[in-house]
Design a binder for this molecule. Structure first.
Ligand SMILES: Cc1ncc(COP(=O)(O)O)c(C=O)c1O
Length: 466
């Protein structure tokens, strides 16, 4: 036990992991008889485990993060140069990569102007929530403090962000939560029949789902509502793309009641939805806050940002004589310089390699291939998504849309894994609705990669459902 091991024999690593690592999201009893998966290496779209088994990674590091793929030497080199020059200084001061990445990011976000650095998506969302609360205290006597969030959306793992969590099964054992967070209905048209709004579809449904937000605002009192926090495309809640008509109405409602619009781009940001840098940019909306994390540096370094417009920023500097007229907040690791150094190079790669266009093109191709699975597998209820961010909802009856049991969804994921393809699925999140397979390959995916992924899904559906 001297801490050394042979490069080829990872048995000691596996034993150390089993003895001491508490894995995220995993029930550990199984590890009494099996080994945890340890990912040892990655290159492009592929990763290898401790047994040398190769996998196509169809979920970019399992949670939609490694947008530019594994093994990018140029990112590592930029980080290395920066780390030797200066690894850290608290964010009360600036840094070279921090200033340069902020400038580059804001170029991609017309209407936005300020970047607050943090180190996780949860934390970036917490910053936005704190800013909303501070604005409420300073401008509205504390009254306009409520934050609306949507059913099935997710904003993070801290108690604050779970208070804005629209996935009850995730939240069930962690309350009580913070007060002042209020839920609005989801906008998943495929499940419109469960919402009691009659027979609506397309744009009409989209407008109705947004009207439901106004109903909540009127019930709570517009003078108490400070912000609305939404994912542009709901991720872990089932890959939900809001229908036509939704976003223009949401924007209109926010303006009407003076409600700040917070878009959580933790998953969608930096290219995931194709064509545009951000999910919200498909819809022409003008947010007040945009939070982002995962793809910002593709997982090469931990970096997250809470980006605001100048209107929000102004609230925090209006009275230099008031000792509390500033954002009294810090994120220790928001001062790490590796994050913005990696993020700058990540963005350069996306631009130079045309990955926003590739993401759109491959996303359309993959959606078409997933839709075609409907012809073969009655269990496929709906394929949906935007760019390389896709979901496949599985139902035991297409008429009633009864979700298949979660265990069968897990069996499809496991079978794909056995075939060498890592895919994802909604799990233990929305009660009775954990029936969506999730796909988010790196933005470098080729047609051949997509074919290999969809073929594995095809075979696995046949194996699990016959
Ligand atoms: C939409 C969304 N927001 C926020 C988060 C939280 O990010 P993090 O895990 O970096 O705290 C996630 C994580 O999956 C997410 O999907």
């Amino acid at each position: 036990m001297d801490g050394t091991h042979s490069q080829n024999d990872l048995s000691h690593v596996v034993e150390a992991d089993k003895a001491h690592v508490w894995h995220h999201l995993v029930q550990h009893k199984a590890f009494e008889s099996t080994d945890p998966r340890i990912i040892v290496e990655g290159k492009g779209m592929r990763v290898w485990d401790q047994n040398g088994k190769e996998f196509i990674d169809a979920v970019s590091g399992a949670v939609w993060t490694v947008n530019v793929g594994y093994g990018r030497k140029s990112i590592v080199d930029k980080m290395s140069e920066q780390l030797m020059k200066l690894n850290y200084f608290a964010g009360a001061a600036g840094s070279i990569p921090g200033a340069l990445f902020a400038e580059k990011l804001i170029e991609k976000m017309p209407g936005m102007s300020r970047v607050y650095y943090t180190n996780s998506g949860s934390e970036a969302n917490e910053k936005a929530f704190k800013m909303v609360r501070q604005i409420a205290h300073r401008k509205y006597g504390g009254k306009k403090h409520k934050i609306l969030y949507r059913d099935r959306d997710y904003h993070g793992s801290s108690i604050g962000t779970m208070s804005a969590g629209g996935q009850d099964e995730r939240n069930v054992q962690y309350g009580p939560f913070a007060p002042g967070f209020v839920r609005v209905p989801h906008c998943l048209e495929y499940r419109a029949h469960e919402q009691g709004w009659g027979e609506l579809s397309g744009e009409e449904y989209g407008r109705r789902a947004a009207d439901a937000i106004e109903e909540v605002i009127l019930r709570e009192g517009p003078e108490t509502v400070g912000a609305l926090c939404l994912e542009p495309v709901t991720a872990g809640g089932g890959v939900i793309v809001p229908p036509e008509g939704y976003w223009p109405r949401v924007q209109e409602i926010c303006r009407k009641y003076d409600i700040l619009l917070h878009i959580d781009e933790v998953v969608c940001g930096i290219g995931r939805t194709g064509t545009h840098w951000f999910g919200y940019q498909h819809y022409g909306i003008e947010p007040d806050f945009v939070t982002m994390a995962k793809g910002v540096a593709s997982g090469y370094a931990a970096i997250a940002c809470c980006v605001t417009n100048e209107k929000v920023f102004d609230f925090f500097k209006d009275d230099a004589n008031d000792p509390l007229s500033y954002f009294r907040d810090i994120s220790t690791f928001g001062g790490c310089t590796a994050g913005p150094a990696a993020a700058l190079e990540n963005m350069r790669i996306i631009e130079e390699e045309g990955l926003l266009a590739n993401c759109a093109e491959m996303g359309t191709y993959m959606l078409g291939r997933l839709e075609a699975l409907k012809d073969k597998h009655p269990v496929v209820g709906e394929a949906r998504g935007k760019g390389l961010f896709l979901g496949l909802e599985l139902v035991s009856d297409r008429d009633t849309k009864e979700p298949v049991p979660e265990a069968q969804v897990g069996a499809v994921v496991a079978n794909c894994g056995a075939l060498g393809v890592i895919i994802g699925a909604t799990n233990r999140s929305v009660p009775g609705r954990n029936n969506v397979l999730c796909f988010a390959p790196p933005l470098i995916a080729t047609k051949a990669d997509i074919d290999a992924i969809v073929d594995a899904v095809d075979q696995s559906l046949a194996k699990v459902f016959g």
